[in-house]
Ligand binder design. Sequence first.
Ligand code: HPA
Length: 262
Amino acid sequence: MVVASAPQPLAAAQASGPCLVRLPSSPVSIHIGGAPGDVAERVLLPGDPLRAEWIAQNYLDDVTCYTRTRNMLGFTGSYGGRRISVQGTGMGQPSLGIYVHELVTGFGAQTLIRVGSCGALVPKVAIRDVVIAMSACTDSSMNQLRFEGVDFAPTADFGLLRACVEQAERAGISFHVGPIAAWDSFYSDRPELLKRLSEYGVLAVEMETAELYTVAAKHGVRALTVCTASDSLVTGEKTSAEERERTFSAMVELALATSAQV
Ligand code: HPA
C-alpha cells in the first residue's frame, strides 16, 4: 500500500514578489524532494512517474512517497525484505540525467535499473520481447560535448547484466542482449541513421540509456537498462495497451529479481 509522506508546509512567501512562494525543497537536491536516507541504494527507473507509482503499489511493501516535485514521483519500499526505490525520470537523456545525477550525488543511490519501452530495430527482436542493453549508441550531443571528439562507449555494469540474464533465463522470458540506440528524437528526420545502426547489430531504440550509463560511469555506480519492445520499426507492429501492461509487469519482475540478486 502506498502511504504518501506528510505534505511539508509551504515556506512563507518570498520577499521578492507578492505571488512567489518557495515550494517545499530538499536539502540535498534541486529536482527531487525528500531528505538524505529517503532513497534506497537500489533504484528502479521508469520514465513515466505513474509507472513508478504503479510499481510501488503492486510490488513493494511499506511504501512511502518521498518526492512529488514536478509530479516526477519517487517511492521507497521493500521487496523481498530489502529496501528499494522507484523514481520516474521523464523522457529523454537530459531529463534522465538530472534525476540520476541527483539520486547518486544527493541520495547515495548505487544500483540503477531502468525499466522502459523500446522500438525493435532488427527482425529477431519481436514486439513484447525484452532487450537487455549491453551498451548504448547515441546521436545525442551530450557526450560529444563531454568528451570533445573522443567517442566514449556507454556500457552496462557487467554484474548487473549477468544477474539479469540469469534471472531472464530462469523466468523463461524471450530476451535479447546487445547494443541499443539512445536517440534524442522520437520523431526523427533521419530514419536512415537508425537503419544503419541496425545493420551493425543494434537491437532497439529508446531515448535514455547512453546518459544513464555515462553518468553511472562518472560516479562509479552500477547501471543497467531492461526494456520491452512496444513496437517494431521493422514490421510496423505495435503492442496493445493491455499487452504493454502485461509485458511491463514481466519486465518489472525481472528487474526486481535482478536487484535482489546483486
Ligand atoms: N523510438 C522509437 N520507437 C520506440 C521508442 C523510441 O524511442 N520507444 C518505444 N518505441
